[in-house]
Write a protein that binds this ligand. Structure first.
Ligand code: SF4
Ligand code: SF4
Length: 109
């Protein structure tokens, strides 16, 4: 195969059959603003933790929606809970409380 120096990215479409709506609704009841995300990526671009380690706060959202809890638990431990993502979100999403509640729901320390 010819090496073009790039590959086709795997799809990021959320498979609704894999979603865990019980936990998702539990989180949305605690943090109603969580529903308003438009996936702009501003939170990821300004995240304090991602300056030091591979970490993508936007990915955390999709992992939670897709119920990929093993991967998600490891990712959640990387957040420093500084709150910068909450300040920059153009939709006013309370991301810091969302992360804290995800940790509680999944029993991550
Ligand atoms: S900044 Fe807000 S709207 Fe944009 S991806 Fe992050 S949570 Fe979603
Ligand atoms: S609270 Fe967590 S996800 Fe948000 S900017 Fe800080 S380290 Fe990043």
């Amino acid at each position: 195969m010819i090496n073009f120096g790039y590959t086709i990215a795997t799809t990021r479409v959320v498979n609704i059959d894999n979603c865990d709506f019980e936990k998702l609704h539990e989180l949305e009841a605690l943090v109603p603003s969580f529903k308003r995300c438009m996936n702009c990526g501003a939170c990821t671009a300004t995240c304090s933790a991602q300056q030091f380690i591979p970490f993508n706060i936007r990915k955390i959202k999709s992992l939670f929606q897709e119920a990929q809890y093993d991967k998600l638990s490891k990712e959640l431990e990387k957040c420093m809970l500084c709150g910068k993502c909450t300040l920059v979100c153009p939709r006013g999403i309370s991301l810091r409380p969302a992360i804290m509640n995800m940790r509680k729901i999944l029993s991550v320390k």
